[in-house]
Each structure stands twice: as structure tokens, then as C-alpha cells.
Design a protein around this ligand. Structure first.
Ligand SMILES: NC(=O)C1=CN([C@@H]2O[C@H](COP(=O)(O)OP(=O)(O)OC[C@H]3O[C@@H](n4cnc5c(N)ncnc54)[C@H](O)[C@@H]3O)[C@@H](O)[C@H]2O)C=CC1
Ligand SMILES: CC(=O)[C@](C)(O)C(=O)O
Ligand SMILES: [Mg+2]
Ligand SMILES: [Mg+2]
Length: 348
């Protein structure tokens, strides 16, 4: 394990150099990995494991759309694709990749097959951290481990196919066999991670729920909408408002931030822009800080987890979510986005 200095703080990081794929394959050579659930993470992780040469099977509800998707991806019913219980029974490592709400309903079927020495793997600290709300309490004689890719399962797969890798965090909650660490690291490499950052289940879920509600997804849509609406209310056209809110950010400026940091993006903008951005960013920080503090409190109190459990356990949750996504897609801002995307020169 390497110690790496992050802005003055030392952290544990496992690298592909010290734990190459060959070592991961050797570590798991006697294991059968069952990926339970074929939503977003399920396909990314199981296909990467398969392509990397691990013994992997998929467990999914027969007759569901995800089952058909698994068949289309080359999983063979009765050979590498089973119903959830049968896959859990055959596995020595159960990768529990149902939706966090779905994990609660299916837990009794999984628990039954957690015989001594098996490993239970999560990609989120949710089920374990909020155990009073989820009822997910694994037996003491299994390993309980986590690999949480820091991005969508879609990106995990895409980046793997491009020969890149997405970084993940890893954690050991319970080490019953003495092999939990080598198992989790081998799985992290197997699913296509680049580097593995150490965490624990609670820190993983608190930071993840904050991030996705905050700058990664919730806050960014909020700030886009606020600026777009202000520009429109002041007589700017939709295309102008969209370009100055979203398109320029994703196409031109964020790639520069990704490459070399915020100051470098600033350095590549005009002195006029630099002056304004340097003057205004703290005002935005101060205005949003109370909202982030409220968000973190709600996450730590378990209220965000409870909301997600309650609303995503309803039989019609998928229709309701799709309806809200449709409203977003049909808003003027994102309708404008669809047209602007078509006009990117490379799309012609
Ligand atoms: N979506 C992502 O890219 C990421 C997800 N995660 C975590 O990975 C885990 C899996 O998440 P996703 O892939 O997004 O899941 P998902 O929401 O796509 O659902 C996965 C599968 O669960 C099945 N499912 C849901 N409820 C069920 C039930 N009651 N009975 C049987 N099957 C049911 C669905 O049919 C689907 O095939 C979660 O813990 C999530 O927090 C972590 C990082 C990123
Ligand atoms: C993709 C990811 O890491 C998220 C946003 O946390 C999630 O999908 O839960
Ligand atoms: Mg995440
Ligand atoms: Mg998340």
C-alpha cells in the first residue's frame, strides 16, 4: 500500500503497480463472483470482470428488462445467468448491486446463502451504515467489503474499453476470513478501477450522498437553472442563455479544469473574466455554504437515506422518476440543449 500526500494529508492508496491484474486473478482463482443486479453498476462491473478473466456469473430477476439486457450482453441462462437466489448460492463472493432500496427487499434471499467464509460486497456504504433502516446485518462469519467506483457504471465500462480506468474507494467492514483486504483489492482491480482510495462504509455513504445531491448533480442543475432563468428574464435568447450557462462549461472550460485545475482554466480565460470570477466566487461559496451544511446534516441524520428508501421502494417508483426526468428534459433550458448539441460541428 502506498502513502500518498494529498495537499498535505497522507492517505492510503492501492495502485495497479503494486497489485497488478495477474495478482488479482491469482488471489481470486478459486472464487465464483456473483454480480446480483444488472442496472447501471451491474453491467459495468460484471463485464469488466469477465473481460479480465475472472469466474463471474450474474443474478437477476427472470423476465425483467435487466434480464434481457444481460442476455444481450452475452450472459447465458443456466450457465452464467441465474435468478438471484441461485446465483447467490453458487457464489463465494456476492456483489450486491441491486438498487439501494431493492437490496432491502431481497436481503432475506441473500442472507440465506451467506455461509461461512463467503464475502458480501457492496458498491455503496448505504445498506450497512443505515442498518437500522435497511435491516441489512450480515452474519459475523463472512467478509463484508466495498468497492465504490467514483462514477457511473456506464463510465466504468467505457473507460475500461478505452484502456483507462475509473478510480474507486475501498473499505473493509468485517474481516472474518483474514483475506478480506486481498479480496477487496483484487475485486477493485478486477472491476476496472485505476487506483483504490481507502475509506470506511460510513464516510463513503455520507460523502457520496452529499456529492450527488450537491455539486455533482443537484446543486449544478440548481445553479444552471438560476443563471439561465436570469438571462432569459433579461431578454437573452434561449441559445445565448444556454451557451453561457452549460455548453461553454462542458465543452470548453471543464475539460481545462479536469486537465490542470481551476487556476489553469482561469489562466486560459481573459483578464476580464479572471477579474470577475476571482471577485465573485466567494460570494457564491458563502451563499451556498448554508445549503451544503443543511444537506450534510440531513445525510448524517439518515433522513436522505430514509427518503430514498421510502420513495424508491414503491411499486411505481420507476414511472415517477421517469416523469420527473421527462419534465427536466422538456424544460426550455434542456430542449435548447438538445438543439445546441446537434449543432456541435463534429455532429454534422
Ligand atoms: N449508478 C451508478 O453508477 C452507481 C451506483 N452505485 C451503487 O451501486 C449499487 C447499484 O446501483 P445501480 O446500478 O445504480 O442500481 P439500479 O438502480 O440500476 O438497480 C439495479 C438492479 O436492481 C434491480 N432491482 C431493484 N429493486 C429490486 C427488487 N426489489 N428486487 C429485485 N431486483 C431489484 C433492478 O431491476 C436493476 O436491475 C447501489 O448500491 C448504488 O448506490 C455506486 C456508484 C455509482
Ligand atoms: C455515479 C455515482 O457515483 C453516484 C452519482 O453517486 C450514483 O449514481 O449513486
Ligand atoms: Mg458516487
Ligand atoms: Mg451514489
Amino acid at each position: 500500500m502506498a502513502k500518498i500526500n494529498f495537499g498535505g494529508v497522507e492517505e492510503n492508496v492501492v495502485t495497479r503497480e503494486e497489485f497488478p491484474l495477474e495478482k488479482a486473478l491469482e488471489t481470486l482463482k478459486d472464487e465464483t463472483i456473483a454480480v446480483i443486479g444488472y442496472g447501471v453498476q451491474g453491467p459495468g462491473q460484471s463485464l469488466n470482470l469477465r473481460d479480465n478473466g475472472f469466474r463471474v456469473i450474474v443474478g437477476q430477476r427472470e423476465g425483467s428488462a435487466s434480464w434481457d439486457k444481460a442476455v444481450a450482453d452475452g450472459w447465458v441462462p443456466g450457465q452464467t445467468l441465474f435468478d438471484i437466489e441461485e446465483a447467490a448460492e453458487r457464489a463465494t463472493i456476492i456483489q450486491y448491486l441491486l438498487s439501494d432500496a431493492g437490496q432491502i427487499a431481497v436481503w432475506p434471499s441473500i442472507k440465506k446463502h451467506l455461509t461461512p467464509g463467503k464475502a458480501l460486497y457492496f458498491s455503496h456504504g448505504f445498506g450497512i451504515t443505515y442498518k437500522e433502516r435497511t435491516g441489512i446485518v450480515p452474519p459475523a462469519d463472512v467478509d463484508v467489503i466495498l468497492i465504490a467506483p467514483k462514477g457511473s457504471g456506464t463510465s466504468l465500462r467505457r473507460m475500461f474499453l478505452q484502456g483507462r480506468g475509473l478510480n474507486s474507494s475501498y473499505a473493509v467492514f468485517q474481516d472474518a476470513t483474514g483475506r478480506a483486504f486481498e479480496r477487496v483489492v483484487a475485486l477493485g482491480i478486477g472491476v476496472g478501477s485505476g487506483y483504490l482510495f481507502e475509506t470506511d462504509f460510513k464516510r463513503e455513504v455520507y460523502s457520496d450522498l452529499t456529492g450527488e445531491r450537491g455539486t455533482l448533480m443537484g446543486a449544478i442543475q440548481g445553479i444552471f437553472a438560476a443563471q439561465y432563468d436570469t438571462l432569459r428574464a433579461n431578454g437573452h435568447t434561449p441559445s445565448e442563455a444556454f451557451n453561457e450557462t452549460v455548453e461553454e462549461l462542458t465543452q470548453s472550460l471543464m475539460p481545462l479544469v479536469s486537465e490542470n485545475g481551476m487556476d489553469w482554466m482561469y489562466a486560459n480565460c481573459s483578464t476580464t473574466a479572471q477579474r470577475g470570477a476571482l471577485d465573485w466566487w466567494k460570494k457564491f461559496r458563502d451563499a451556498t455554504k448554508p445549503v451544503f451544511e443543511e444537506l450534510y446534516r440531513e445525510v448524517a441524520a439518515g433522513n436522505e437515506a430514509q427518503r430514498s428508501i421510502d420513495l424508491n421502494s414503491k411499486p411505481d417508483y420507476r414511472e415517477k422518476l421517469n416523469e420527473e426526468l421527462r419534465e427536466m428534459r422538456e424544460s426550455e433550458m434542456w430542449q435548447t440543449g438538445a438543439v445546441v448539441r446537434k449543432l456541435r460541428p463534429e455532429n454534422n
